[in-house]
Structure formats: structure tokens, C-alpha cells
Write a protein that binds this ligand. Structure first.
Ligand code: ZN
Length: 221
């Protein structure tokens, strides 16, 4: 076997980060991640749109906060999140969903800065290959936004599903990145957990839950 067959190759991608107002330390120009070459071009393009979708939510949060307003994602998440409001490394008590979203957005901002400035480990977007794929996107548990990578594994079949819109998959990516930031849920339980409710809000376009409409199951990782 030659070496090319044993070491999987990755393509380096840079995604422009928003320069939002009100961030203490300005964000770097780009988030950098490495995409497994086994993904197709269209799959790679979709991964890019999902990352940009999260940047958009973060930017909207900062823009709204700057004028004293809660962003749609913050309003939605604060309404439904009750459990595990703080990441595992957070020592203070988080009083409510509103504070929880502020801590979450601060964690995301720190993680993006750590990535872009090269303080964190490299972010690899991995294809499952012959291993069992996640339902959509899986991020293993990590707990240091200033050092942990934003690496995730993505199911290529799910990524190519045209019946799932970008918002749905962006929610799944947020869920996976929140695992990397130190957020957890109880095994197999999602309802009312911050890490899942934030993702499900994105999937619903930050709209309220509708009676009779089942919860999204796609963030389940
Ligand atoms: Zn999960």
C-alpha cells in the first residue's frame, strides 16, 4: 500500500468571519478548516454554507446586542432551554436562558478567534469512510473553547439530502460545535437542553414550536 492510501488528504478552506460590533478582541479575518478530500465539491460547498450560516447567527447576535436587542436565535433559545445551560468548564451558575445564550455566543466567538489566530488545534471536517457515520454531523465532547478544535465528522449522504434545507444542517453543525465548546446533554435526551434547543431553533428558522409538529431529530449526536 502506498502512503497516499494510508494518510487521508484534506483541503484547506478559509471562511470569512464577520467583523461584528461590540466584540472585545476583534475576530481574525478567517476561520480555517480542513475538509476531507472524500467529500465531493458540492458537499464541500454545502459545508461552507453551513459554517457561514453560523457566522451569520453570531453576527446577528452581536449586531442586535449592540443596539440593545435580543437576536432571533437568542429569543428562541432562551424560551426553550432549561437544562445544562452552562458548558462543563463554567464555574458560575447561569441564571436563565438569556444568560446561557450570552455565554454560548461568547464561547463561539472565543473558539473562532482561537481557530483563526492559530491558538486552537486545527479543525478537520472528516468523512466517515467505512466507519459508522453519524446521523448528520457529530462533534465529540471537548471542553476548552480556547484550545479545542472545531473538528466534526459529517455523514456525506445526509449532507447531500435535498429534502433538508441548509438551516436544518446548520443547526446540526451548531449542535456539534457546542459539544466541542463544552456543552452536553443527557444520553439520548435533547428536549429542554441548551445544546439541542439552540440547534432546533436554527432548524425552525428561530420560530416557535408548533403544537403537533414533532421535534427535529437531526441534531441527535
Ligand atoms: Zn449531542
Amino acid at each position: 500500500m502506498d502512503e497516499a492510501n494510508i494518510s487521508q488528504s484534506f483541503r484547506r478552506i478559509t471562511a470569512p468571519l464577520p467583523q461584528s460590533p461590540g466584540i472585545e478582541d476583534p475576530l481574525p479575518t478567517y476561520l480555517t478548516y480542513f475538509v476531507d478530500s472524500r467529500f465531493t465539491t458540492s458537499q464541500r460547498n454545502r459545508i461552507h454554507r453551513l459554517a457561514i450560516g453560523i457566522f451569520f447567527q453570531l453576527d446577528r447576535y452581536h449586531l442586535d446586542r449592540d443596539i440593545g436587542v435580543d437576536s432571533p436565535l437568542k429569543q428562541c433559545t432562551a424560551k426553550y432551554a432549561r437544562f445544562n445551560l452552562a458548558p462543563v468548564w463554567f464555574v458560575d451558575k447561569v441564571a436563565n436562558g438569556n444568560v446561557a445564550v450570552d455565554v454560548m455566543m461568547n464561547g463561539l466567538t472565543r473558539a473562532f478567534a482561537a481557530n483563526g489566530f492559530g491558538r486552537a488545534f486545527r479543525a478537520f471536517i472528516t468523512h466517515p469512510g467505512t466507519t459508522t457515520p453519524p446521523m448528520a454531523i457529530r462533534g465529540t465532547n471537548a471542553s476548552d473553547p480556547d484550545r479545542s478544535s472545531l473538528s466534526v465528522t459529517i455523514n456525506p449522504r445526509t449532507l447531500s439530502r435535498i429534502d433538508l434545507d441548509d438551516s436544518t444542517l446548520t443547526g446540526s453543525l451548531l449542535h456539534s460545535w457546542m459539544h466541542r465548546l463544552g456543552y452536553r446533554h443527557a444520553s439520548g435526551r435533547y428536549n429542554s437542553y441548551l445544546i439541542a434547543e439552540a440547534a432546533m431553533c436554527l432548524m425552525r428558522g428561530n420560530n416557535k414550536k408548533q403544537p403537533g409538529v414533532p421535534e427535529a431529530d437531526i441534531p441527535n449526536s
